[in-house]
Design a protein. Structure first.
Length: 337
């Protein structure tokens, strides 16, 4: 895959007549006849419109991310927080290296390295570390609703970084979703903010910066390369972190712990970020970020099904309220970034 592939994915290719002006003779045979007599089969091969395809990719990223907190909680059954984050980055970087070698990916241009460093610091290191520390004292359901602020935070960073100007209706809906999340956080924390909440709010800031820069870079290189290079950049730091943390943090291998580590390393960090950045490149950072308002509700479901957590009545109410804001922000649209 090349940057050109990423930029043109989902666009139909118009094929003109031969240069000599003669009509091209249609191919004959059973397959051609079957296609001609089956419009549904022919239509099934038509690519999705660019906007629809980008929305689908972004939603797949949200689905992968919605399992990150429950998987992290599982991983903490076997590893300490620092060890888990370091091993998560190392495993994801190893996957990226294998893929890059197989695809013979060339080094990025020098002008892109600063942006990749922002992605690495925000998405690969900052967000996983801060949320993992938060989950030591916060439930996954509580953390999921707080992270519902990420779409608004990302939209703000995108507007400042790229100069995009979403309409007022977009901002009104996004701010409404943010107000719901803040009210929920204060209510659940007994009128104040806990240490876990502070970790989560800091995680929002660094992740929003990484998402914005990653979405910008995904317009000039494939999203999977943005993710892969960010992982490779941080691999030496992750290796050093693992070497220091593993001897000091107890390791108790369990099935849940191993599955959690594998999911956050491969699905959330590599595959999830690939489809997420590809989707952002097609429909814009601000608009794609609002799809992530669905993530808290999905995580609440996984927390109940996989962890058996008791979900307070306020959590699904808050999650549904911010989910309603998705429809409003998508209806309002957003300036492409």
């Amino acid at each position: 895959m090349t940057a050109k592939d990423s930029a043109t994915a989902g666009l139909p290719i118009a094929v003109g007549p031969p240069a000599n002006g003669s009509a091209a003779a249609p191919a004959s045979g059973p397959a051609t006849a079957l296609t001609a007599n089956d419009p549904a089969a022919a239509a099934s091969r038509e690519p999705l419109p660019a906007g629809q395809n980008g929305t689908l990719l972004a939603l797949l990223g949200v689905l992968a991310f919605s399992l990150t907190f429950p998987s992290t909680a599982w991983g903490l059954e076997s590893f300490g927080p620092w060890s888990l984050v370091a091993l998560r980055s190392l495993l994801a970087a190893a996957v990226a290296c294998v893929v890059f070698v197989a695809a013979r990916v060339r080094l990025p241009e020098r002008r892109h390295w600063a942006g990749l460093a922002v992605v690495a610091c925000g998405v690969v290191v900052g967000f996983p570390l801060l949320t993992t520390l938060a989950l030591q004292t916060s439930t996954t359901s509580h953390a999921a609703v707080v992270v519902g602020l990420l779409p608004l935070t990302t939209a703000v960073f995108s507007s400042l970084r790229t100069g995009s100007r979403p309409p007022r209706a977009f901002w009104a809906a996004a701010l409404a979703g943010a107000a719901v999340v803040i009210a929920f956080t204060v209510l659940q924390s007994g009128g104040g903010l806990s240490a876990g909440d502070l970790y989560l709010f800091c995680a929002l800031l660094v992740c929003a910066a990484g998402y914005t820069e990653g979405g910008r870079l995904a317009k000039v290189m494939p999203g999977w390369q943005v993710t892969g290079w960010a992982l490779i950049v941080t691999a030496p730091l992750a290796a050093a972190g693992a070497a220091v943390a593993l001897p000091y943090e107890p390791v108790r291998l369990t099935a849940h712990g191993v599955i959690g580590l594998v999911w956050v390393s491969v699905a959330s960090t590599f595959v999830g970020l690939y489809v997420w950045y590809r989707g952002m490149a097609e429909i814009g950072v601000a608009r794609a970020s609002q799809l992530q308002l669905a993530q808290p509700l999905l995580t609440l479901v996984w927390s109940f099904l996989l962890l058996g957590e008791e979900v307070t009545p306020a959590a699904p109410v808050a999650a549904v309220a911010v989910l309603v804001c998705i429809a409003a922000t998508q209806r309002a649209g957003a300036g492409r970034s």
